[in-house]
Design a protein around this ligand. Structure first.
Ligand SMILES: Nc1nc2c(ncn2[C@@H]2O[C@H](COP(=O)(O)OP(=O)(O)OP(=O)(O)O)[C@@H](O)[C@H]2O)c(=O)[nH]1
Ligand SMILES: [Mg+2]
Length: 459
């Protein structure tokens, strides 16, 4: 493959102890030799591969640029699976810029965003789900999210999908055999076998889709809004969960005017938690804007925490918030449980479901632990932790899985109707192609372009 040699700064731009310039492609070693001189005086090619070599980078006029460590990795044993030279210089903008410019002068061209990872994919070192996981690792917001991305990067999802494709390919092979040699066919047996295979694959895809939501939460955090009428203790709850005095708390209704958003990890669940202005009808101009924001957030949230003041009876304002939250995934926290209880908890439980209503005191922190446990169960299910299985990583994969499942349902319908074998085969093949699109085994160029365009330069 006569690919051009590319280079880019692969570390964050800014001041740091070390910055790295990566050169990848056929001419990587030649580019490296042009600007790098080992302190020993020996050429880079003299050293065993993967050895850090101490030396200096010189400008074309012979002037010293920086003191560096350089490593040569011979393809396919490198990130891109091509020849790679990486120059570790001091992590200042000027040094990095200068060395990068020298790589261009020596014959490399600037790498496009995501091009290193794209080459790793095109050269067959990783599949598309692994390439996407690279981005997820870099952007992961929680330890659990990182764990998930790292596992994906090892190809867990791709393995599962390839097994599915193989099983479906078997179905196609069997169908073709009976199409070509109809005398061998016993119809009942063929239909039965095909149906069993399709059912088994459908179940596996459905299981993947079922945990897609969990994967998304782990990557991006569960968008959670604390809502309620003024003064029920929303800001106090935010502070209690954060274990810090983040939001202003006061005895005056209407304290919080704007949305306060914080990220935190509660019982291993990453939350993007928003405290909002108390919802009520008000004439105050600024508060009104805040209330509008609260209502909007309530609609957009993936989980709504509805706070009620347990020391007072339910008011009309509480009712209007509860009604708005009822259509959403929500949990109802009856706060101020350290005071005498005035709210009919049992009535609330009958209305919203027993497990969704809990008492808590933002003041004494009693009930916070139970809420954490509820949340963990809500996100991870009863297993309590991240399962070992494969997880769907993004909307692209989820969409393709849904379509594959649909194709298999169509195939199942064709079997049930005892349609001709080639009708069944068309649907099964469609499912195989869709699964292949997820891993990149069967995918069009424009889709690949779209995926890698989301990377940044140096990845
Ligand atoms: N006794 C008791 N008081 C609480 C508790 N939680 C909050 N409070 C008090 O209730 C009052 C209101 O608390 P905030 O957290 O400001 O209430 P809020 O819902 O954010 O109010 P707005 O921002 O005005 O909508 C303050 O005086 C808090 O100290 C609790 O669990 N027990
Ligand atoms: Mg508040």
């Amino acid at each position: 493959m006569a690919e051009e040699t590319i280079s880019a700064v692969i570390t964050a731009l800014g001041e740091g102890a070390v910055g790295i310039v990566r050169v990848s492609g056929e001419r990587a070693l030649a580019v490296g030799e042009r600007l790098f001189k080992a302190a020993s005086g020996r050429p880079l090619a003299d050293y065993p591969v993967n050895t850090l070599v101490y030396g200096h980078v010189y400008d074309r006029d012979g002037s010293l640029v920086d003191e560096v460590l350089t490593v040569y990795m011979r393809g396919p044993r490198s990130y891109t699976a091509e020849d790679v030279v990486e120059i570790q210089c001091h992590g200042g903008l000027q040094s990095l810029k200068k060395i990068l410019a020298l790589t261009y002068a020596a014959g490399a061209r600037p790498a496009e965003p995501g091009e290193f990872t794209r080459r790793a994919f095109l050269n067959g070192r990783i599949d598309l789900t692994q390439a996407e996981a690279v981005m997820d690792i870099i952007r992961s917001r929680s330890e659990a999210g990182l764990k998930l991305a790292a596992r994906q990067q090892q190809g867990q999802l791709a393995r599962t999908l390839r097994e599915l494709r193989r099983a479906l390919l078997d179905v196609v092979v069997n169908l073709e055999a009976v199409i070509d040699y109809p005398e061998e066919d016993i119809e009942d047996v063929t239909y039965g076998r095909v149906r069993d295979s399709i059912d088994a694959c459908s179940a596996k895809i459905a299981a993947l889709l079922a945990n897609a939501h969990t994967g998304k939460i782990l990557r991006e955090g569960l968008r959670t809004a604390i809502v309620g009428r003024p003064n029920v203790g929303k800001s106090s709850l935010l502070n209690a969960l954060l274990q810090e005095d983040r939001a202003i708390v006061s005895q005056y209704a209407g304290t919080t005017r704007d949305v306060i958003e914080e990220q935190l990890l509660l019982d291993g669940v990453p939350l993007v938690l928003a405290d909002t202005a108390g919802i009520r009808s008000t004439e105050d101009f600024v508060e009104k804007i805040g209330v509008e924001k609260s209502r909007k957030l309530l609609q957009e949230a993936e989980l709504v925490i509805c706070v009620i003041d347990g020391s007072e009876g339910l008011t009309e304002e509480d009712e209007s918030v509860l009604q708005a939250a009822a259509d959403k995934p929500c949990v109802i926290i009856v706060n101020k449980s350290d005071l005498a209880l005035q709210v009919d908890i049992e009535a609330l439980r009958r209305r919203f479901g027993g497990d969704k209503v809990m008492t808590l005191s933002a003041k004494t922190l009693s009930g916070v632990e139970a809420f954490g446990a509820w949340l963990k169960n809500y996100v991870y299910g009863s297993e309590g932790a991240l399962g070992d299985g494969a997880y769907v990583q993004n909307a692209r994969q989820e969409n393709l899985l849904r379509r594959a499942l649909q194709a298999l349902e169509d195939a199942g319908g064709a079997v049930a109707d005892a349609l001709p074998y080639d009708c069944i085969e068309i649907d099964v093949r469609a499912a195989i192609d869709l699964l292949g699109e997820i891993t990149g085994d069967a995918v069009q160029d424009e889709i690949i372009n779209e995926i890698f365009s989301r990377f940044c330069i140096g990845k």
